[in-house]
Ligand binder design. Structure first.
Ligand SMILES: [Zn+2]
Length: 287
């Protein structure tokens, strides 16, 4: 079976139809089995087993995360500022059970979005949570604002059986990963993949194919994994964006994934979709 990206999976039943029924949500919050997410240091709290920690609902919390079977799950807005930098949470991600990762991602992204959208972007007046926490409504001009996910393409470029990987300045020593960049307004996924690879590595690609996607809650990105075929292997590296970029053979990539001594590079961590893309490429089956 092909590996799935971390954070992928169904998570809770989001029960979208209930969101516009405040009475139903209120009744769900009053159920004795209703559960409320616990927070710790600006992130959903984990138990020693890597699962999310839940407690009984105290006061109807503003965020309705969804249903697990019949059991309603809620979250309060965590106190203080929620760190949006993934590096602040990397230790936590190493412990997080993959089964709870989709709910962790949804709760963290949603909480961050509420913290950063207290005022209406149309008229500047205060907004308040609406639709079970899946929108905010302006009390002054009645505009309704919805949480967004920002699309980012992350791609493996291949040439003659070798893979292009690069390193960003903030990576730990030795790490190489897939190149990535934000999709810009008015751009397709395919165009963004081709543009980013040309900007960062100076290569021209064809046959861009979607492989897999991953929600990345720092603060709210949708990582869109792709594969592309490079028409040549001459690199012109944008040193503003990357420390380095190189072509790696299948053998070098395999040795890196297996953590072999003397491997050519350190692969991305298991919770990064880049890791999943590289594992799938090595298996010879991207899809
Ligand atoms: Zn407004």
């Amino acid at each position: 079976m092909l590996p799935d990206p971390f954070f992928a999976g169904p998570g809770l039943d989001r029960a979208d139809a209930l969101r516009c029924q405040p009475d139903r949500i209120g009744a769900l919050a009053a159920q004795p089995d209703a559960r409320q997410l616990e927070w710790e240091n600006g992130a959903p709290a984990l138990g020693g087993d890597g699962r999310l920690r839940w407690s009984a609902v105290t006061q109807a919390p503003p965020l309705f995360l969804g249903l697990d079977g019949e059991v309603p799950h809620f979250s309060d807005l965590p106190p203080g500022n929620v760190p949006i930098d993934s590096r602040a949470h990397f230790g936590l991600l190493g412990q997080l059970d993959a089964a709870d990762a989709p709910v962790f991602a949804a709760a963290l992204s949603l909480a961050n979005w509420h913290r950063r959208h207290l005022f209406c972007s149309v008229c500047g007046e205060p907004t308040a949570p609406n639709r079970g926490g899946w929108s905010r409504a302006c009390g002054s001009c009645a505009a309704e604002h919805y949480p967004r996910a920002d699309p980012v393409v992350i791609m493996l470029a291949e040439h003659d059986g070798r893979l292009l990987l690069g390193r960003q300045p903030q990576y730990p020593p030795g790490r190489f990963s897939a190149l990535a960049g934000f999709v810009e307004p008015g751009e397709t996924i395919e165009a963004a993949v081709a543009r980013e690879l040309h900007e960062e590595a100076g290569i021209v690609v064809r046959d861009v194919r979607y492989v897999a996607s991953q929600p990345w809650p720092f603060p709210s990105t949708l990582m869109i994994g792709a594969h592309a075929v490079a028409t040549g292997d001459t690199l012109t590296i944008d040193r503003q964006e990357l420390d380095d970029a190189r072509w790696f053979s299948r053998g070098e990539v395999e040795a890196a994934l297996h953590g072999e001594e003397g491997a050519a590079f350190l692969p991305p961590p298991r919770f990064a979709i880049a890791r999943t893309l590289i594992e799938r490429w090595v298996s010879g089956r991207l899809k």
